[in-house]
Design a protein around this ligand. Sequence first.
Ligand code: SAM
Length: 229
Amino acid sequence: MQIDVITLFPTMFEGPLTESMVKRAREKKIVTIRIHALRDYAEGKHQVTDDRPFGGGPGMLMKPEPIFRAVEAIAGKNSHIILLSPKGKTLNQKKLAQLSRKKHLVFVTGHYEGVDARVEERLINEEISIGDYVLTNGALPAMVVIDGVVRLLPGALGHEESANHESFSHGDLEYPQYTRPAEFRGMKVPEILFSGHHAEIEKWRKAQSKLKTKKVRPDLAKQKKSREK
Ligand code: SAM
């Protein structure tokens, strides 16, 4: 897969895209990620990318010309162009799976009050929101989508099965998991996990993944509630 990001803040992407699973996926050539500075596509001495909104109102808007120029230079006919925006469709695991089947994703990230509406009208295939809240610019939302997509690409995760067992992959949440020690500060690992009966363990896990913590472990739910206060 090829991923291109158009941003006013290229350095924000250092770190999240150069560590852990994404780093390994890039090294294994499962994904190629390129970060483009929007300012490189702006004209004039000052490479201006924003202006005041027509009709008045607070703040600045991102101008259409640099964004059109950048997308036209980067995207081809097989590209899927995404605008990160709080008013887009809210991201979920199903959307990540859909995106992971595309060949080329281009992310347009906003700043200030957002982007000129003609970008949405003409240039992009879909608008995606990462939740009902507002962040300062689209860099973090783009990284959230990229991380979620890349880990679904074949070969990106160490254990091929892991993405398949995770929360939301089959509509349920992930079952509780435990490692050593078997007892820690009075908290015991459920007996069934030591039984060696794989079918029974599977049955237990299935039942657990349909339940909320409150029903599974009333003792833990009580502790959790008091910590949340
Ligand atoms: N004025 C806009 C509004 O009320 O919807 C908010 C603009 S926000 C300050 C600037 C940029 O951050 C947006 O253009 C978008 O690219 C990004 N952004 C902020 N919150 C986001 C979210 N929840 N999901 C996706 N992108 C977001």
